[in-house]
Design a protein around this ligand. Structure first.
Ligand code: PEP
Ligand code: MN
Length: 264
């Protein structure tokens, strides 16, 4: 069902208020790795509004390698995130980690994110198949493109056709970067599926200074959008600060992404 053979016309998702994801527009989503506080959200939202970025990312349930790391503000954080975003016309994408969270999160999110560690959580994918909100599925850390498409098929076949695929880097033998952003995924997925394909250069390379370059490369490779991490003070971010852009870097990137997209 997610194949181009089944549907030739590209899928375009409408999040409302003029926010679309898919062919015909460049989708930009930015925000901190983790939602931390009201003050933090206030500042990043102002940055997004100032730059006409309509979608904010930010986790309230964080999958962390260590159980001692910050694991997110949970539902309380999400409710505040939702309220503040609504007031500013911003749409929310945030990670859902388990089946039991789908229902409680439902009314507070615009897009459910399935993280790289949960790409093959088939119970979670089943649960998301019966909701009426878009789902952004990240590629698994060691997942093939076929596996990513199969994960999307779970949600689609469950009845939810609102899907976005995201290349976020895979684990390889290379240790010079956190992950290896596989830009091959973009043209291949664009040919295989009618679904929107976006790129996450932050997790893809994991090194702040190189994030803009890989974001621009993602757009030139044909991505329908870019999702990246931004924070007023990356050095103080609760998670993933080393791959997070500050507002000056983010603003420059947004400008360049729009320029490059116009050249395509
Ligand atoms: C994130 O978006 O902050 C995240 C945890 O992403 P991934 O699942 O790709 O690691
Ligand atoms: Mn992160």
């Amino acid at each position: 069902l997610v194949s181009r053979k089944w549907r030739v016309r590209p899928t375009v998702l409408d999040l409302g208020d003029g926010v679309r994801i898919g062919e015909g527009s460049l989708t930009l989503a930015a925000g901190p790795c983790s939602i931390e506080s009201e003050a933090q959200m206030e500042r990043i939202m102002q940055h997004l509004v100032d730059n006409d970025v309509r979608i904010m990312r930010g986790g309230v349930f964080k999958p962390r390698s260590s159980p001692y790391s910050f694991r997110g503000l949970g539902m309380e954080g999400l409710k505040l995130f939702h309220q503040m975003a609504r007031q500013r016309g911003i749409k929310i994408v945030t990670e859902v980690m388990q089946v039991s969270q789908v229902e409680e999160m439902h009314d507070y999110v615009d897009v459910f994110q399935v993280g790289a560690r949960n790409t093959q959580n088939f119970n979670l994918l089943d649960a998301l198949g019966s909701v009426d909100k878009p789902v952004l599925i990240k590629r698994g850390i060691s997942g093939t493109l076929e596996e990513l498409l199969s994960s999307a098929e779970y949600v689609f076949s469950g009845g939810n056709e609102k899907l976005i695929l995201c290349e976020r880097g895979i684990r390889t033998f290379e240790t010079a970067s956190r992950n290896t952003l596989d830009l091959n995924a973009v043209p291949i997925l664009k040919e295989k599926t009618h679904l929107p394909v976006i790129v996450d250069p932050s997790h893809g390379i994991g090194i702040r200074d190189y994030v803009p370059t890989m974001a621009l490369a993602g757009v030139m490779a044909g991505a329908d959008g870019i999702i990246y991490e931004a924070h007023e003070k990356p050095e103080e971010a609760a998670s993933d600060g080393a791959q997070t852009l500050n507002f000056t870097e983010s603003e420059r990137l947004i400008r360049n992404l729009r320029r490059v997209y116009a050249l395509r």
